[in-house]
Design a protein around this ligand. Sequence first.
Ligand code: ATP
Length: 365
Amino acid sequence: MSKVKVVNLVKKFDKTVAVDGISFDVRDGEFIILLGPSGCGKTTTLRCIAGLETPDEGEIYIDDRLVNDLPPKDRDIAMVFQSYALYPHMTVYGNLAFPLKMRKLPKDEIDKKVREVAKLLRIEELLDRKPRQLSGGQQQRVALGRALVRTPKVFLMDEPLSNLDAKLRVYMRAELKKLQRDLKITTIYVTHDQAEAMAMADRIAVMNKGKILQYSEPHHVYEKPANLFVAGFIGSPPMNFIKASIVEKDSRIILDAGFFQYELERELGEIVKREASGSEVVIGFRPEHMILSKERGANSVFQADVYVIEPMGSNIIVDLKAGEYLLKAVTSPAIEIPPPGQKVWVGFPLEKLHVFDAKTEKTLI
Ligand code: ATP
């Protein structure tokens, strides 16, 4: 078991700043996920930790030891990539045994380890097969096994599930999480899939443009996003955003979105007024927190046109047109929604409302 610490890591490729001064720590046995859109610097960060890239600035520590100058093979790290990179001419047994053979372990010890890992990953009956005789999920398990077999200090995984079909991916992510919990190997995992990150991670580092915007537990990133980017990146369908201005009327603080006005409670209004860089803000509310009703209710804030209804089985996605916006709401099939073209009242509980500074994109409330 081990901990990892990254301090002010910078990595440039010519003029491209791939990683722009990021710092984070990973606790002993923790499973953390670097999450962000394509090109935000996730893979480069992972490759710096593995020793496959040389940082331009910053320090990387594994168990309090500075490893910047250690070659990859001496860092005691195992890496699993998107492509499984199994040796096609070797059997599953041969693939699993390979890292141990390289370390010149005695034959009987290699055999014991290979069988242990095969049992753990439930691939014992596949040991004599070649990779091409395996399904995607089985190949993925072999790739994991090959990384696990020498019990590394740290596990680095770069989108290891992205080649699997949707169903298998959901199955394997639970398997992988269970395995990590059981083995307690410190793990840094890269993905652009927010659902995967939410489901698996102890903590998520949300990245954009080479920076970490928030590093916290999944529920915290979802409930208290640090800024507009994180709020929009976490959650599916994504959070709805509406531009508004802060208006003061008779010492009341109102968010004016044009097609509706929303009066803030005194205390919250004071915070928004004090923290905002100007008068322009962005109101955010999640599809799953919206309350739709045919008649105006206590929570109703504005009226919208029903645009499309998407039945999803366990819930319904309702696409709404309000002002210049196309919004998405998620509701229960038990709620009666007027057909497309008709109007519906939309509301959201105050405690689920988010307000961001339009200019700095920081969360105000
Ligand atoms: P993805 O999810 O698409 O793999 P990522 O978040 O892992 O993206 P990186 O692969 O770390 O992002 O890339 C970050 C930036 O650095 C990108 O702009 C990329 O084009 C650039 N980059 C990465 N590797 C190199 C390289 N070897 N040479 C030049 N530019 C690179």
